[in-house]
Design a protein around this ligand. Structure first.
Ligand SMILES: C[S@@+](CC[C@H](N)C(=O)[O-])C[C@H]1O[C@@H](n2cnc3c(N)ncnc32)[C@H](O)[C@@H]1O
Length: 262
């Protein structure tokens, strides 16, 4: 049986491809964070930094940034990317095992990665990482489609070839859910308040081959048995090619903001 731990290790197997094809985050996301915080934070911690897609955005704040990333292969790409950058430090660790600096930081961020942290512990850990009044920002993309016709045709393929990850059964395969948290999970414990949800929409074109590479970076695709994944990707390629060879990926970047009050 596949465990949560197995799933979170799948990214390292495709670290370079992940870095190549996964979309970064729009500048508006940072504008929303800074506007919510009311100022540029003095220091930032990022949980689940991966190869640095969210890091690149957070780095534009120009303040010290600590990236916590447990997967050695992902962390290696991240460390290489920021090798000459004195403001960025990489810690190879799960967020659960990382010790925050005394007094905490003013901003904790997590891009498409908060759902990997132990649900029973993560709210307390987030609060412990933050200074009083510090801001917690979780953001991530929902991968949708600009063309409903293409989406329908692709849904037919999933249903036929890989029904266990079919969108009609479970909306989390090629339409990845954005990383988000349940506001009640945070505010329920009395540690966080003032939860705000924002969205930024962008459309990104992917040619067929690049789109298939993107799919190989999604954990649900990685966990399919190889022959079936290959059959699924062949069938999807046929559908995409028959419709011009481009997938207009509609990215809804969901930004969840909250403040430590406890
Ligand atoms: C979907 S990737 C997101 C990477 C990057 N933030 C981005 O936006 O592209 C999820 C990341 O969370 C990391 N991760 C898994 N378990 C974690 C944990 N317990 N603590 C911190 N990060 C974790 C994975 O290794 C992976 O790099």
């Amino acid at each position: 049986m596949t465990t949560q731990r197995d799933r979170r290790q799948v990214f390292g197997e495709v670290a370079e491809a992940y870095d190549d094809v996964r979309p970064g985050y729009p500048a508006q996301v940072l504008d929303l964070i800074v506007a919510y915080a009311g100022r540029v934070p003095a220091a930032v911690v990022e949980s689940g930094a991966g190869t640095g897609k969210g890091t690149a955005l957070l780095r534009t704040l120009g303040v010290p940034l600590t990236c916590v990333e447990p997967d050695p292969a992902m962390a290696a790409v991240l460390a290489r990317r920021f090798a000459d950058d004195d403001l960025v430090s990489v810690v190879v660790s799960r967020f659960e095992d990382w010790t925050p600096p005394p007094g905490g930081v003013e901003l904790l961020a997590s891009a498409q990665a908060w759902h990997w942290v132990d649900p029973a512990a993560r709210t307390g850990l987030a609060a412990a990482a933050l200074a009083p009044g510090g801001v917690f920002a979780v953001f991530g993309h929902e991968f949708g489609f600009a063309d409903d016709g293409l989406r329908e045709a692709m849904d037919d393929v999933y249903e036929r070839v890989a029904p266990e990850i079919s969108d009609r059964v479970d909306r989390a395969h090629h339409v990845q859910p954005a990383d988000s948290f349940d506001p009640d999970e945070l505010s329920g414990g009395g540690l966080f308040g003032d939860v705000r949800m924002e969205e930024v929409v962008t459309v990104l074109p992917y040619g067929t081959s690049r789109y298939l590479t993107l799919l190989t970076t999604f954990s649900r695709h990685r966990l399919l048995p190889e022959p079936r994944r290959a059959a699924l990707h062949r069938a999807l390629a046929e559908v995409i090619d028959a419709r011009g060879g481009v997938v207009e990926q509609k990215l809804t970047t969901v930004v969840c903001l909250t403040r430590r009050i406890g």
